[in-house]
Design a protein around this ligand. Sequence first.
Ligand code: ZN
Length: 263
Amino acid sequence: QGKKMAQKINWERVSDRTVGFSGADIENMLNEAAILAARIGKKHIEESDVEEAATKVKLGPAKKKLQSDEDKKITAYHEAGHAVVTHILPKMDPVHKISIVARGMSLGHTLIPPAGDRTHETKTRMLQQITAMLGGRAAEEIVFNEMTSGASNDIELATRLARAMVVDFGMSALGPVNLGPQYDYDELGKAQWYEPAQVSPAMQEKIDAEISKIIDAAYKEAIGIVKSRRKIIDAVVEKLLEKETLDREEFEKIVGKKDNGSK
Ligand code: ZN
C-alpha cells in the first residue's frame, strides 16, 4: 500500500518467486525495492527492483569482490553444476536464477524457490536435494580436477539432511527408529526439553555408515549428470561469465524447459 509500482509488473512471477516468504519478508522486500528504485531516480518500482530486493532480503546485498578470472570461472562452473543437476532431477523445482555476483558469505548462488508449499517432503525429493547440493562440487571436480573450499556450506547442508533422514525420519536401512536427540515441544512448536541421542557406539558407527552411503550415492549421481551434460554446463558458464546473472528464461534457453517440474 502507498507504493508506486510500475504498470507492467508480472505479479504471478513475483508470487512464484516468493513462496515461503513470511509477511515480514515481503514487507521488507517491498521497502527495499522502493529504496533501490529511489536511489537511481526512478518514479516507480519496477519488477527488476523487486527481484533484486527479494534476493537481498534472503542473501544479503551484492558485494563488489575483486576476483581473478580464474576464480570467476570456478564460481561459474560451481553454480552451473548446481543449476544443471537441479534442472535434470525430476522432483526438483525449476531454477529461478543463477548468479556469480558475491553476496554475504557466498561467491555465487543458484535460486530454486519452491514451486508451492509442501506439507510433506518425500525420501525421493530429499535424495535429489542432496544430489543438487553436491552438483557444485561435482562440477569443480570434473572440470578442474580440483576441490575448493567454496563448497563447504553445500557439504554441511547435504550432510545435515542425510543425517536427518537416518536419525529423525527413519529413511535408512536402520529402519523407523529415532536415533537422534529427543525433544519435547509446547503447542507453539517451541522445544521445552531436550535429551541428547542415546545410541551405543556400535549404533553410532552404523548411523555414520548410512549417512556416508546416502552422500556417496548422491555425489556419484551428481558426477554422472555433470559428465553427461558437460557441453550444456560449458554453455551456461559462458553466458554466466558474460552476464554474471541469468534468470529462468535465459537459463532455459540454453538447457531447455524443465520437463517434469513439480508444478
Ligand atoms: Zn554451492
